[in-house]
Design a protein around this ligand. Structure first.
Ligand SMILES: CC(C)(COP(=O)(O)OP(=O)(O)OC[C@H]1O[C@@H](n2cnc3c(N)ncnc32)[C@H](O)[C@@H]1OP(=O)(O)O)[C@@H](O)C(=O)NCCC(=O)NCCS
Length: 196
């Protein structure tokens, strides 16, 4: 596996690989100041021929950056899950996505491409999570929820059953979201209210 991104989120993804004994073959990062990642040399210029048979994960927390980078990367994308996560056999996860330590994904959940389900998050049954979403640590997404592309949900939020979160919306840490959320809006608090 190759990682693209050598920052904080990449450290967590590396732990996921280690938990399953998956070899980290290389790391790309566009920032020339990032020259090493643990014992690995970092390639500062992406090239599709470098380690081209390896699968790649964009190990960057920002949804926008993962979205932008994914359009120019030619490697095949992999899927990463920590050994301690639990993923139903009847859930679907698309390429590029990451399921971190102790996250739970229940039956009939569909996870899109380049999604992060962060540590300890729970995605309940019959929920659809679109591409480039980040579900923060400890967040609970109840059953039958729909999450639009690019949406960021902060740590320890709760999304009530059947709610739809619009595209590229932001849910604050600890928010309790009771109602549908419009595209691009920011919701915070309990009960969740639009703040931006
Ligand atoms: C919601 C959030 C994105 C807003 O960030 P922001 O646009 O920079 O907003 P500000 O910090 O300027 O706050 C705007 C207002 O919303 C309030 N607010 C911000 N975040 C809040 C939250 N999570 N819950 C309740 N109120 C919140 C602020 O107190 C402020 O209120 P005021 O105008 O009365 O002073 C951010 O605060 C947040 O919760 N991020 C989640 C971080 C996280 O969980 N990361 C996980 C990484 S793995």
């Amino acid at each position: 596996m190759i990682l693209y991104g050598a920052g904080g989120h990449a450290k967590v993804i590396y732990d996921c690989l280690l938990s399953k004994g998956i070899h980290l073959a290389g790391v790309f990062d566009d920032n020339p100041d990032n020259t090493t990642f643990f014992d690995k040399t970092v390639f500062n210029n992406y090239h599709p021929d470098i380690l081209r048979r390896e699968k790649l994960i964009i190990s960057i927390g920002s949804n926008k950056l993962r979205f932008n980078l994914s359009r120019n990367i030619k490697h095949d994308f992999g899927i990463v899950s920590h050994l301690s996560s639990w993923i139903s056999e009847r859930a679907e996860i698309a390429h590029g996505s990451m399921v971190l330590a102790k996250a739970i994904i229940q039956p009939e959940v569909r996870i899109g491409r380049h999604v992060i389900v962060n540590s300890g998050a729970i995605i309940e049954h019959d929920t659809a999570v679109d591409d480039f979403v980040h579900v923060g640590p400890g967040t609970v997404v109840c059953g039958g929820v729909t999450i639009g592309p690019g949406t960021f949900i902060g740590a320890n939020a709760t999304i009530l059953p059947g709610v739809s979160l619009g595209a590229w919306s932001v849910i604050g840490a600890g928010a309790v979201v009771l109602d549908h959320v419009k595209n691009g809006s920011t919701i915070a608090g309990n009960p969740g209210k639009q703040i931006i």
